[in-house]
Ligand binder design. Structure first.
Ligand SMILES: Nc1nc2c(c(=O)[nH]1)N[C@H]1C(S)=C(S)[C@@H](COP(=O)(O)O)O[C@H]1N2
Ligand SMILES: [Mo]
Length: 320
């Protein structure tokens, strides 16, 4: 496959969608498709096919085989230089630089809503709540590229249990920080800020749903959602909300950023589904970053045995 073909494929479809909308609204968007058509092999001068793979630091806990697919982890350089984080920029290869000075000192996460013990956590509270585990997850963006990422963190269920959800709680809503001085692209109207996501409570309580504070045995870098984000591996990347400041348990389904923007393109569930094509591209295959060619996309991103029962009896073409 020629490099040009790969380059064409690298245009960020989510950004193109937004650009088109902005044009329709008469808005001003600087980053066009050309700017986001980054070179496949080299991003920020880093060769993605190089075998740059730092050792995963021993966190002092045995690795649970359930959380370790028998797949090569994506290079650290790729995971930290090829990002979607629209609060900083819509250019995937520009997020690392645009977020480099992002300060997370004094970070607080407010957890409330339909819970018995609402509480504001600082990052020390978050770290103390449960031991940090290493989890290697496949990651599949709705734009049809994928990675294998070694996260560190613990199941979100542990945090939720600590605040004691009430029986009326059915959903979990989350919000990213809103602070345009620290997240400069929030001055643009490219998305409706703050970025919001949500899950059904049973999805959020599933042990695979990870509250991640680390990557490759280190703290999460800004571009990957410092200081804490969700890693929910059976869903598309956009469900993996970054830099969370607020978690609210609700009785009704909360609005979510991408579903608000394009309900026919991005649903509330966002489950990886090779049989349900995006209206503008196929979801049957994906490009694994660092590999040539394409792989078949797996139902629920390969986690069907673990999570398919959450959706028993649901029409996945309607609930996409
Ligand atoms: N707050 C926030 N969270 C976000 C996004 C974003 O723009 N803002 N992008 C989402 C999308 S589309 C993807 S693919 C993943 C990318 O995560 P990564 O850059 O760590 O690989 O983050 C998701 N979470
Ligand atoms: Mo994405």
């Amino acid at each position: 496959m020629s490099d040009d073909k790969l380059r064409e494929r690298d245009v960020t479809p989510q950004a193109m969608y937004l650009n088109r909308r902005a044009f329709l609204r008469g808005g001003l968007i600087a980053a066009g498709a050309a700017a986001t058509a980054v070179a496949y092999r080299k991003i920020n001068g880093v060769d993605l096919l190089s075998s740059d793979m730092p050792e995963i630091k021993d966190l002092g806990r045995p690795l649970d085989p359930q959380y370790h697919p028998d797949e090569t982890t994506t290079a650290h350089a790729a995971i930290t230089n090829y990002n979607n984080f629209y609060e900083f920029t819509t250019d995937k290869d520009g997020v690392a630089a645009a977020s480099a000075g992002f300060k997370t000192d004094g970070w607080k996460v407010e957890v409330g809503g339909l819970v018995n013990k609402p509480r504001t956590f600082d990052m020390d509270d978050i770290r103390r709540l449960a031991p940090r585990e290493e989890r290697i997850y496949r990651f599949r963006c709705v734009e049809a590229w994928s990675m294998v990422i070694p996260w560190a963190g613990y199941s979100l269920s542990k945090l939720l249990a600590a605040v004691e959800p009430q029986s009326g709680a059915k959903f979990v809503a989350m919000e990213t920080l809103f602070d345009p001085t620290r997240m400069p692209n929030q001055k643009s109207k490219v998305l409706d800020w703050p970025y919001v996501e949500g899950y059904r409570l049973d999805e959020a309580m599933h042990p695979l749903c990870l509250l991640a504070t680390g990557l490759y045995g280190q703290e999460l870098p800004p571009q990957d959602g410092a200081p804490l984000r969700i890693a929910i591996p059976w869903k598309y990347g956009f469900k993996n909300i970054k830099s969370i400041v607020k978690i609210t348990l609700t009785a009704t389904q909360p609005p979510t950023t991408w579903a608000k923007f394009g309900p026919s393109e991005y649903g509330f569930y966002g489950n990886v589904n090779p049989a349900h094509d995006h209206p503008r591209w196929s979801q049957a295959t994906e490009r694994r970053i660092g590999e040539a060619g394409r792989r078949k996309t797996l139902p629920f991103n390969g986690y069907a045995n673990e999570v398919a029962m959450l959706y028993a009896g649901m029409d996945l073409d309607v609930n996409y």
